[in-house]
Design a protein around this ligand. Structure first.
Ligand code: 7TS
Length: 417
């Protein structure tokens, strides 16, 4: 019935061979189709081995010992920072703060920059499509400081209401615009450079949640002109517990530290302490060393394949998926059309709950996520409590879309639809 095109961007089978999980057989005899990449990506051998080599061959704490192992660990950890610097084009390695992920990066900005700069009467602008991690930290701080949060609505095509944003920027004392680059549900790619330009004109800073963009497209934080940019390593082939906060140096210098402890100080006296230089001022305690090193290897892998090629492959597979899914009776797919969308397709099927869809797909070896995807306000706006979501990455084949679609037909049959 379908004629799945082959990838023209790279040798897909060679890439798949680098990911041990992708050759798993599920339910006795069906090969796994992994379509839950927006939740977390699979890891190539190179990343798995890099973390294991650290533990087997040079495990030591960083920035502390003067012995050989500690020097090796420090040099690998700092080398990973340089890889991040190049990957997202920061102007200095001091602007790259290692975190445990996107959630931690946003909380760090809220608790340092936010705590120092936001007060009653101020406005923070966010959006209805945000992941909870870009709503809740601001709500927690707002309840303490008394500033207001205004949410930019989403139109019927899943796009941000930019005139609404312009209106808020023109009429309210906005200090910060905080928004996602790519939606983890709608797939919407927000026009960050345009938002930044408008926000800066109004004197507001911009924080971008790059959790769903950094794994999938080239990122240049200087070209985007953002003030803060955060992402997670585990969604881009790296280990869990790795992530990055980029901040413009002047902001980071002016911000107080968040967590206090080892490594983030310059001197400690019982009468008071002074802070270490960037980036260490924001890296209190023993960091996720193996994870940061693993993220560096993930970046090597992505860069060697090429972020442009990865993006093109995903656009093609998403366009194909939308076309094939649209042919399923009773389906509703949320978000914009393929050209304006990241590699995500969230949908509902009339007469079947999203969790039942996910369960039947799982019995066919197809892994998708179902639920609110940590975006309850967006689901409320869409008028559904849950969606099923297929999300793609560089290693997904077009014929895996066919497996998804035939499993959906099977689900409809099971429910006698
Ligand atoms: N922001 C966005 C846009 C996300 O998609 C996620 C995770 C986060 C922030 C939080 O990232 P973390 O690494 O700190 O947890 N999104 C999802 C998802 O869509 N399904 O599972 C996790």
């Amino acid at each position: 019935m379908n004629t799945a095109p082959a990838s023209t961007q790279f040798d897909l089978e060679a890439i798949r061979a680098d990911f041990p999980i992708l050759s798993q057989i599920h339910h006795d005899d069906i090969p796994l189709v992994y379509l839950d990449n927006a939740a977390t990506s699979q890891k190539p051998n190179r990343v798995i081995e890099a973390t294991s080599i650290y533990y087997r061959e040079y495990n030591a704490n960083v920035h502390r010992g003067i012995h050989k192992l500690s020097e090796e660990a420090t040099s690998a950890y700092e080398n990973a920072r340089l890889k991040v610097r190049k990957f997202i084009n920061t102007s200095s390695k001091r602007e790259v703060i290692f975190t445990r992920g996107t959630t931690e990066g946003i909380n760090l900005v809220a608790q340092t920059w936010g705590r120092a700069n936001l007060k009653a009467g101020d406005v923070v602008v966010s959006t209805v499509m945000e992941h909870h991690s870009n709503i809740v930290p601001w709500q927690i701080l707002a309840s303490e400081k008394g500033f207001r949060i205004v949410y930019v609505p989403v139109d019927q095509n899943g796009l941000l209401d930019l005139p609404f944003l312009e209106n808020v920027l023109a009429n309210e004392p906005v200090k910060l615009v905080t928004l996602m680059h790519v939606s983890n549900v709608l797939g919407t790619v927000n026009p960050i450079a345009e938002v930044v330009q408008k926000a800066h004109q109004a004197g507001a800073l911009v924080l971008v949640d790059g959790a769903q963009s950094t794994p999938h497209m080239p990122i240049d934080v200087q070209a985007l002109d953002v003030d803060f940019f955060v992402f997670s390593g585990h969604k881009m082939l790296g280990p869990t517990g790795s992530g990055v906060l980029y901040g413009r140096r002047a902001h980071l210098e002016a911000m107080p530290p968040w967590m206090g402890g080892g490594d983030m100080i310059s001197s400690v006296k019982l009468s008071g302490s002074t802070w270490n230089d960037l980036p260490y001022k924001f890296e209190a305690g023993t960091p996720s060393i193996a994870e940061a090193i693993g993220l560096g290897y993930a970046i090597d892998y992505l860069s060697e394949v090429g972020m442009d090629k990865i993006h093109q492959h995903e656009q093609a597979i998403t366009a194909y998926a939308l076309e094939q899914l649209n042919a399923v009776e009773g389906i509703h797919i949320y978000g914009p059309s393929a050209e304006q969308k990241g590699a995500v397709a969230a949908f509902t099927v009339d007469g079947i709950h999203a969790h039942d869809i996910a369960q039947i797909l799982d019995s066919e070896g197809v892994a998708v996520r179902a639920g609110h995807h940590c975006a309850m306000p967006l689901h409320e706006h869409l008028g559904v409590s849950a969606t099923a979501r297929a999300s793609f990455y560089l290693y997904n084949r077009f014929d895996e879309v066919d497996r998804l679609v035939s499993a959906l037909h099977k689900a409809r049959k099971t429910f006698r639809l």
